[in-house]
Design a protein around this ligand. Structure first.
Ligand code: FES
Length: 159
């Protein structure tokens, strides 16, 4: 006699992307509790909440005109991470400035390094091009969203 099959699998419906090392990325990014931690906390108090760490990037905080950096601070072929505004400003070629969200599209960590033409995320190794924010490595599913900037008189400001 066959035993009934439970409609619920012992595994959760949570999708956990594999990492290059083969370990589950359960470690929470610095800005957010892990999903499991958040769900456990919600269950403990009988409430459901959303952490606000969507991992979608984009600061969009409406600070048009805010000074981000001086053009002289942005190396050609590199960039600068403005952590307090969660923006990366790059200069792929002389005089051509770009800006992207500094929030990784994987699990919401803030990128922390720019080297060899790439913006790097410390959490799971994603890499993004300084030219267009496109993913070149790692688990990040989408490019870093572009941020609107203006360059005026040696200042780079939010558009
Ligand atoms: Fe996972 Fe950036 S948060 S690679």
């Amino acid at each position: 006699m066959e035993s009934p099959v439970s409609p619920k699998s012992p595994q959760t419906s949570e999708t956990v992307p594999a990492t290059a090392s083969g370990t589950a990325p359960d470690a929470a990014p610095p800005c957010c509790p892990s999903r499991r931690t958040a769900l456990a906390a919600a269950g403990a108090v009988g409430a459901v909440f959303v952490t606000g760490c969507s991992g979608d990037g984009g600061s969009g905080d409406g600070d048009s005109g805010a000074l981000l950096a001086r053009t002289s601070e942005i190396p050609v072929g590199g960039g600068k991470i403005i952590k307090d505004r969660k923006i990366v400003v790059t200069q792929p070629v002389a005089g051509d400035f770009k800006a992207f969200s500094a929030i990784c599209t994987h699990q919401g960590c803030t990128v922390n390094r720019i080297a060899n033409g790439l913006i790097e995320c410390p959490c799971h190794g994603s890499r993004f091009r300084i030219t267009d924010g496109v993913v070149t490595a790692g688990p990040a599913p989408r490019p870093l969203p572009a941020e609107a900037i203006k360059v005026s008189g040696g200042n780079i400001v939010r558009a």
